[in-house]
Design a protein around this ligand. Structure first.
Ligand code: SF4
Ligand code: SF4
Length: 330
């Protein structure tokens, strides 16, 4: 990357009319090299003026940069952005210098280890696996990691708490901070609680009484939790989503025998097999659907004063289902 190379000058800018400039950060009259309709691009790159432009990146470094322990990685950044004053009082310091120093000091150790591996014709990726080798720096605790994953937003403490996402969050601690500006951090997947920061320091946790006590478990509703994800206030209350496997077709006659008994009907294995085929076709083995279907079977039998569960009865029951009645197996 040119900005961290020792010198630059090979990244010129070509305008629509053929004019060539030293760099796209320097499309200014003083950096016009020529026009490709008149000169070859190769000749323009080799112009003394352009070579000086590239070397100046190194030759105009501040003394502070020359003394810097990470200069070999940073090289002072792009000259166009050297707008600050160095700690030595020199003009021409890159305005991102403190950030560059943090970055290059942070990566220095693993970079040196990777260089060492490359010199031995080994893959830099070995670094991660090397016993006792360098490990990425992690937050001090799971709590700190959690915090990194939250969303931050400014708010003002009101008399009745903090308003956020149309919800009200309260905490006794907030009473002393009414009218104060705070930052709240929250996990978009759980809006029951927010963390409140005042002047950069953690102040308290605040809860939304409207939803904190509510929790939903989704059982046997495959994929429904994903649909709820569009509604954070509901989704954040999903405790767990448990998905049941569909029943195997050979198990369905046994399940139906149980319903036969519930309905007080004599169990007929032949009829049960036929009905089971229809039930399997309609429900795909979803036991929640089987339960709803069989309760409708009972109604159909009662209304029509029948005492035998036939495939026709099961089919008639399917027609009455509000949800799932449209399901038919292929
Ligand atoms: S002036 Fe900046 S952007 Fe242009 S080539 Fe040099 S380092 Fe790169
Ligand atoms: S880190 Fe800062 S001081 Fe060091 S070389 Fe880069 S810009 Fe200069």
């Amino acid at each position: 990357m040119c900005v961290h190379a020792e010198t630059c000058g090979q990244q010129m800018a070509l305008e629509h009319n053929g004019d060539v400039y030293s760099c796209d950060h320097y499309v200014e009259p003083g950096y016009l090299l020529g026009n490709i309709k008149e000169k070859r691009l190769l000749d323009l790159v080799a112009l003394p003026q352009q070579r000086k432009f590239g070397l100046d990146k190194r030759d105009t470094l501040t003394q502070f940069c020359r003394d810097c322990d990470v200069r070999v990685g940073c090289n002072g950044g792009c000259p166009k952005d050297r707008l600050a004053t160095s700690p030595y009082g020199e003009p021409g310091q890159h305005y991102l210098c403190p950030g560059y120093q943090s970055l290059f000091r942070h990566v220095r150790e693993p970079m040196q280890a990777m260089v060492s591996l490359l010199r031995q014709d080994r893959a830099p990726a070995e670094l991660m696996a090397a016993a006792g080798g360098w490990l990425p720096r992690m937050p001090d605790s799971a709590e700190a990691l959690d915090l990194l994953l939250t969303v931050a937003t400014p708010r003002k403490v009101q008399r009745d708490g903090i308003r956020c996402h149309g919800l009200r969050y309260i905490s006794l601690t907030l009473a002393a901070f009414v009218g104060e500006a705070v930052t709240v951090r929250y996990d978009p997947r759980d809006l029951a609680e927010i963390r409140v920061f005042h002047r950069g320091a953690f102040l308290c946790r605040a809860v939304s009484p409207e939803i904190a006590a509510v929790s939903i478990s989704l059982i046997g509703m495959p994929g429904f939790d994903r649909q709820l994800a569009r509604y954070p206030q509901l989704y954040s209350r999903v405790g767990f989503a448990h998905q049941y496997r569909p029943l195997d077709p050979e198990d369905i006659p046994d399940v139906l025998e149980h319903y036969w008994q519930q309905l007080g009907l004599p169990f007929d294995p032949t009829l049960a097999d036929e009905a089971a085929t229809t039930v399997t076709r309609i429900t795909g083995g979803n036991f929640r659907l089987i339960e709803r279907l069989m309760s409708q079977v009972g109604r159909v039998l009662e209304i029509n004063q029948l005492d035998t569960i036939t495939p026709e009865v099961v089919e008639a029951a399917r027609q009455t289902l509000l949800v799932g009645g449209q399901i038919t197996a292929k």
